[in-house]
Design a protein around this ligand. Structure first.
Ligand code: NDP
Length: 280
């Protein structure tokens, strides 16, 4: 058969680590495939995706700011993409249609399973900081995993109330200045805000109110140890990082593109860490 082509679409896409991960897996597996980065215009993802229908590309990972547009352009979507109201994976079928999926929830739970072994989402309330697309997906994943309560903390309370409302009886909403109340008794805390990024400002939350056994996770991975994770480690809490989530959401995408799970032999985490160092 022909070389299988897949890629990632984002704007900007220069900093994406997805090509590093997928190409290392391709090489280790000895597969005839390539994985490339695309930077479509920020205001017209639809035109870009429609142009790829029925053509030579097998699929795309989708990152900022296209996750909602990716779901909108698709002809069918998995329940988890519908729930997240966003897609990070598009498959271009031979009949010209597009299937949307979202593997971010798998990535999040996979990262917990790997870096916080024994963590059980059913053991107590889970706190999500933020109410954007990433927060929505995380909340849905923890609800699905059996969290008895999912607490949404957001700077803009109305958005937290909206996300918590969509979760039904397990959802609770908190303003940012009520974060101590939300953190008390928490089994896990996930930063799903963009605060901590170079342009995002600082996250005004203290982790002192968390129980000793709480697991703290940051979806942001640049730097790998964010101020948020540094505080968690200083308090002696177990932590999970955003790079592990990125790797664990990429694995099911690789399987969808290339027809087999990524080979265990490739140490993609070390490669990604090296690439991160070069980019900062
Ligand atoms: P959105 O822009 O949709 O949401 C941003 C959220 O951050 C909002 O809730 C916003 O609050 C909050 N926020 C921004 N700045 C601050 C601040 N200074 N203080 C408090 N809250 C703030 O982004 P996404 O949901 O798409 O992504 C969130 C983060 O998750 C990004 O950094 C992204 O890179 C990361 N991510 C990582 C993944 C991984 O695999 N590791 C996967 C997916 C996302 P408000 O509503 O008040 O504006």
């Amino acid at each position: 058969g022909a070389t299988v082509v897949a890629g990632v679409a984002g704007n900007p896409v220069r900093h994406s680590l997805s090509p590093v991960l997928h190409n290392a897996w391709l090489e280790a597996a000895g597969l005839d495939g390539v994985y490339v980065a695309f930077c479509p215009p920020a205001d017209n993802f639809e035109r870009f995706a429609n142009g790829l229908r029925g053509g030579a590309i097998r699929g795309l990972n989708v990152t900022l700011p296209f996750k909602e547009a990716a779901l909108a352009v698709s002809d069918r979507a998995t329940p988890r993409a519908e729930t997240a109201e966003a897609a990070n994976l598009l498959l271009f079928e031979a009949d010209g249609t597009i299937t949307a999926d979202n593997t971010d929830g798998l990535g999040l739970l996979g990262a917990f399973a790997h870096q916080a072994p024994g963590f059980d989402a059913r053991s107590g309330p889970v706190v999500i900081l933020g109410a954007g697309g990433a927060a929505r997906g995380a909340a849905a994943a923890f609800k699905e995993a059996g969290a008895p309560q999912v607490r949404i903390v957001n700077r803009t309370l109305a958005k937290a109330e909206f996300v918590a409302g969509a979760l039904g009886v397990v959802g609770r909403a908190y303003a940012l200045d009520a974060s101590d109340e939300a953190l008390s008794g928490a089994a896990a805390v996930v930063n799903a805000t963009s605060a901590g990024l170079t342009n995002g400002g600082r996250l005004d939350v203290s982790l002192k109110a968390t129980p000793e056994a709480a697991v703290i996770m940051d979806m942001v991975y640049q730097p790998l140890i964010t101020p948020f994770l540094a505080e968690a480690q200083a308090l002696g809490r177990r932590t999970v990082d955003g790079l592990e989530m990125l790797i664990r959401q990429a694995a099911p995408s690789f399987e969808a593109f290339f027809g087999r799970p990524p080979p265990e032999s490739a140490d993609v985490r070390s490669l990604a860490l090296r690439a991160l160092e070069q980019k900062t």
